[in-house]
Design a binder for this molecule. Structure first.
Ligand code: ADP
Length: 474
């Protein structure tokens, strides 16, 4: 899409506004000046006329028709550009300023009549393409109008002034227009420079996909600054999202690598045993059985591992558990019954009475899997003869499950990591687990809205505290 840059649009807008202002202002100045010059000229004509009229005299006291009306010597009043003429009632020109030469001021019969009736009239006439402004006033002798006085001045001066003004306005207007175009473009360019800068920065960040970068803006705290800040906030969000994506990707890669490694161990062992069986002397059934038992144990380990990996894969894909309200006591009893075969001479203490009548919102399959993980670990790590207990307690609105054993305990440095995937403490590396049990258990507990805590002391034992919100108490 072709775009008209804001810069040009702003420049044209500024210039447009300037033109409008210049036209209005110019016309106003023109009209006002014309009006002012004309009224000044008319005032002068008026003064001159009054002066002339004042010196009109009547000589002797003879009867009217014999009276000698002495009209003023217009020459006294005439200036080079003031023309005077007196016309008596009969239409005869009785006095004329010399500067008129052979010309006489034209007499419009209508104006003549009107002035003889006592009116003063301004009008403009044209001689040889030259304009004149004329004031025509009645000449009175003893209150009687005997003629008219015409005082004229060429409009040349006014016209000249107006033409000059026109030229000044036109040239000035054009110059301002040009200046406005250049300045407007320069100013809008300057005003838009930060936006250009921000755009370039954003473009380069987008191109390099470097979300750690931030746009630099060092202007005053104005709207553009706000834009830069907002943009940087967006970049921070993007960086976080991008980081999460890379983190989860590398987590996923590590998970796949660890899982493959864990799967390879039992598979290698099975492969080795099968090869051994193939070469084995048929007549040694005891050894044969031993090898087959080994294969069976590895197969079990493999199938447990696959089940665990499947659970974690589901967890990662955002699986939501199917929670239903359930009386929890029978579930606990069932899992304990199934886990009994894990006992190897430990002193197993059970206290499930507090769970009687308690209803939790659970997904039974996953809940059982979680319980089994703690029971399995308890029996696995508690040596024969030592105690391992599973107790249920009510604490306010919560139901607490406590697994306490007198096993080897977990070293302090391992404690923060035991819920991580594939984490096994040094001491238990040789064990059968892959270090996924507690990671799965924690996920299941959180899916049920529960919390887990662990306390452990080396050579004394470990206690897991798990709490779930109780849904209903009876
Ligand atoms: P695994 O399936 O290998 O047992 P877990 O995730 O259940 O893995 O446990 C992770 C690690 O936490 C174990 O390797 C072990 O070192 C430690 N651990 C878990 N439970 C106990 C316990 N009851 N006593 C001592 N160490 C434990």
């Amino acid at each position: 899409m072709r775009t008209v840059s804001i810069r040009w649009r702003l420049t044209v807008l500024y210039t447009g506004i300037l033109i409008a202002i210049l036209i209005i202002l110019g016309s106003l100045v023109y009209v006002l000046l014309h009006f002012s010059l004309m009224s000044q000229m008319e005032r002068e004509l008026q003064t001159k006329a009054d002066e002339v009229l004042k010196s009109t005299k009547v000589v002797s006291t003879l009867p009217f028709f014999l009276r000698q009306i002495v009209l003023p010597d217009v020459e006294v009043f005439a200036a080079p550009d003031i023309y005077l003429q007196i016309v008596i009632k009969s239409g005869e020109i009785v006095a004329r300023s010399q500067n008129l030469g052979s010309y006489s001021l034209p007499i419009d019969p209508k104006i003549f009549r009107s002035v003889l009736q006592g009116n003063s009239i301004f009008h403009t006439f044209n001689i040889d393409n030259e304009e004149f402004r004329v004031l025509v006033k009645p000449v009175r002798v003893d209150e009687e109008i005997v003629g008219i006085l015409q005082v004229a001045r060429p409009l040349k001066g006014v016209d000249l002034a107006m033409r000059r003004l026109q030229t000044i306005l036109l040239v000035g207007g054009l110059l301002s227009l040009l200046l406005s175009l250049v300045l407007g473009r320069f100013m809008s360019g300057r005003a838009l420079a930060p936006i250009k800068h921000l755009t370039a920065e954003a473009k380069s960040i987008g191109k390099e996909r470097d979300f750690q970068r931030r746009v630099r803006y060092s202007g005053p705290p104005d709207e553009l600054n706000e834009l830069a800040v907002t943009f940087n906030q967006m970049l921070a969000g993007l960086e976080e999202a991008y980081q999460q994506l890379t983190d989860s990707l590398s987590l996923q890669q590590r998970f796949v690598a660890d899982a493959s490694h864990e799967l390879r161990t039992p598979l290698t062992s099975i492969q080795g045993n099968v090869d051994f069986l193939l070469q084995l002397d048929q007549k040694d059934p005891k050894l044969q059985k031993e090898v087959l038992l080994d294969i069976s144990a590895e197969t079990q380990r493999l199938s447990r591992l696959v089940k665990e990996l499947l659970t974690l894969a589901k967890a990662d894909s955002g699986l939501k558990l199917n929670l239903t309200e359930l009386k929890i006591a029978p579930v606990l009893e069932e899992v304990v019954r199934q886990a009994r075969f894990l006992e190897k001479g430990q002193n197993f203490i059970l206290s499930l009475e507090a769970a009687e009548g308690v209803v939790l919102r659970v997904d039974p399959d996953y809940f059982k899997q979680m319980l089994y993980i703690f029971l399995d670990n308890g029996f696995k790590y508690t040596p024969p003869g030592q105690s391992f207990s599973f107790q249920v307690k009510r604490e306010g609105e919560e139901l607490g499950l406590i697994f306490q054993d007198e096993g080897p305990g977990i070293p302090e440095k391992d404690l923060p990591h035991i819920f991580e995937r594939f984490y096994r403490s040094e001491a238990s590396r040789t064990g059968e687990g892959a270090g996924l049990g507690l990671a799965i258990a924690k996920w299941i507990i959180e899916q049920h809205g529960g919390k887990i805590k662990v306390e452990s002391e080396e050579n004394k034992g470990t206690t897991f505290f798990i709490t779930f919100p109780m849904h209903q108490q009876k």
